[in-house]
Design a protein around this ligand. Structure first.
Ligand code: NAD
Length: 490
């Protein structure tokens, strides 16, 4: 359990190596979603604050030592940053637990070490980068250099605030760019520590800046700002579209990681002893607030009854409760607004004649959690894959089982979505595993597993789930400009 005190924190903007108040002193409150207690007052950046951060980042890029120091020196500082994150992992996980409502033990064991590794991985990766050489007979030689782009806006969502930010910050800084981070306004606490962590690691002032506030104001100010060269965004598809429009006039470079509605396809020859616990995780991890959630569970009709019985039993056994409790597997939803959105699908499911298998109501909880935004793990069966329940990203602990008869039908249902972030396949048939993996239109396919990541591999979405890829050289290509130099040899 964390020793984080529930005092009300004051969280400033971080600009030019210092925590500072907003120019007009404005703040907004952040609440613990398990209890609705106010846990922080956060400085709300004005457009002038954002403008200042952008100029500071530009100056640090053009005139500071970051871009031009040796790669070895830059990467050593990033590795130090990764070490400090690990040294402070309990504090960081504790902040995500009270801010997002995610189980502390999961954040401390998985997300924060992964965040540290994101930074270390890209430091190591950068140090091993080469370029290309294209000799043109004996007359010319071409070679390439990969140079930093400039000032990056890194805009992140509330579901995995710290880890997702480092996934962008690692390659951004390793390549020599400077950054302005804009965390989600609902969950800014852990990310705000990145300023002091960067400073302690010896990263020069102005290289990492953090601004807080509403997406419509602070996010828009960043994505329209002429000093911002590139925008790396993770969030909803609707916001991605808005950002692309807003950035068009200044022709920024974009990377978008957006929403998802993954099909988790269970064939009759699946090993259910593995498929069921992993499908439970894919459905309810982080209360289903995961872009990669396996929220459409396609089950072959021959095993439907057995699957439903076992999946229901496992869902009902999940302990829902206090994120600080080591036994808790599922915490609350992140906010009142999001709770209303997610629970509106309970009415939609009724209107669409879905069959409720379990959940659909608040769990019984101790008195001190009565105000938390809790919902039981909720499972429906819906025969019609065109319904809203099967098409829209609910982003909560609400999943739908969709029966199918043949492989062709499963594929048709799996691809009948505007999203294409990921897919999951459960089968013991090798040929079928490959066939389905090729045919599902999504950026990542997991066969007989889920959420296994290799940071070298591409990550991103087909269709409305994203633009571009993150991971390994894909991230480095985004955060660099390739330059071709051609030398005449005669
Ligand atoms: P969101 O789009 O509402 O907000 C994401 C971020 O964008 C926040 O920091 C927000 O303040 C900012 N923002 C909002 N409007 C903006 C604007 N006009 N200009 C600039 N910035 C703006 O998303 P959310 O509700 O925080 O996160 C949930 C969504 O994120 C889900 O759709 C989920 O699937 C997606 N997500 C995707 C991935 C992925 O890797 N593909 C990972 C995590 C979450």
């Amino acid at each position: 359990m964390t020793n984080i005190q529930t005092k009300v924190r004051e969280v400033g903007l971080y600009i030019n190596g210092e925590y500072t108040k907003a120019m007009d002193d404005a703040t907004f409150e952040v609440k613990n979603p398990a209890t609705q207690e106010v846990i922080a007052r956060v400085s709300e950046a004005t457009i002038e604050d954002v403008d200042r951060a952008c100029h500071v980042a530009r100056n640090a890029f053009e005139n500071g030592p970051w871009r031009t120091m040796t790669v070895a020196e830059r990467c050593a500082k990033l590795r130090r940053m990764a070490e400090i994150i690990l040294e402070r992992k309990e504090e960081i996980a504790g902040l995500d637990a009270i801010d997002v409502g995610k189980p502390f033990h999961s954040a401390v064991q998985h997300e924060v070490p992964r965040a540290a590794n994101n930074i270390k991985f890209f430091a190591d990766f950068m140090e091993n980068q080469g370029g290309e050489v294209y000799p043109m007979e004996e007359e010319y030689i071409n070679y390439t250099r990969y140079e930093p782009v400039g000032v990056a806006a890194l805009i992140t969502p509330w579901n995995v605030p710290f880890m997702l930010t480092t996934w962008k910050l690692g390659p951004c800084l390793a390549a020599g760019n400077t950054a302005i981070i804009k965390p989600a306004e609902m969950t800014p606490l852990s990310v705000s520590l990145l300023g002091e962590i960067a400073k302690e690691a010896g990263i020069p002032d102005g290289v990492v800046n953090i601004v807080h506030g509403k997406g419509s104001v602070v996010g828009t100010a960043l994505t329209t700002h002429p000093e911002v060269d590139l925008v790396s965004f993770t969030g909803s598809t609707a916001t991605g579209k808005r950002i692309m429009k807003n950035g068009a006039d200044s022709l920024k470079k974009f990377s978008f990681e957006l929403g998802g509605k993954a099909a988790n396809i269970i064939f009759e020859d699946a090993n259910l002893d593995k498929a069921i616990p992993v499908s439970i995780q894919a459905a309810f991890m982080n209360s289903g607030q995961v872009c990669l959630a396996g929220s459409r569970i396609l089950v072959q009709r021959t095993i439907l009854d057995e699957f439903i019985n076992r999946f229901k039993k496992a869902a009902m056994e999940l302990k829902v409760g206090d994120p600080q409790d080591a036994e808790t597997r599922m915490g609350p939803l992140v906010s009142e607004e999001h709770y209303k959105k997610v629970t509106s699908y309970l009415e939609i499911a009724k209107d669409e004649n879905a069959t409720l298998i379990c959940g659909g109501k608040r769990p019984e909880l101790p008195e001190y959690l009565q105000n938390g935004y809790y919902l039981e793990p909720t499972v429906y069966i819906q025969e019609n894959p065109k319904t809203r329940l099967c098409q829209e990203e609910i982003f909560g602990p609400v999943v739908t089982i969709i029966p199918f008869d043949t492989e062709e039908e499963a594929l048709r249902i799996a691809n009948d979505t505007e999203y294409g972030l990921n897919g999951v396949v459960w089968t013991e048939n090798l040929q079928r595993a490959h066939r389905i993996s090729h045919a599902v239109r999504a950026g990542t396919i997991w066969v007989n597993c889920w959420f296994v990541r290799d940071l070298r591999a591409p990550f991103g979405g087909f269709k409305k789930s994203g633009v571009g890829r993150e991971g390994g050289h894909h991230s480095m290509e985004f955060f660099t400009e390739a330059k071709n130099i051609c030398i005449a040899l005669k």
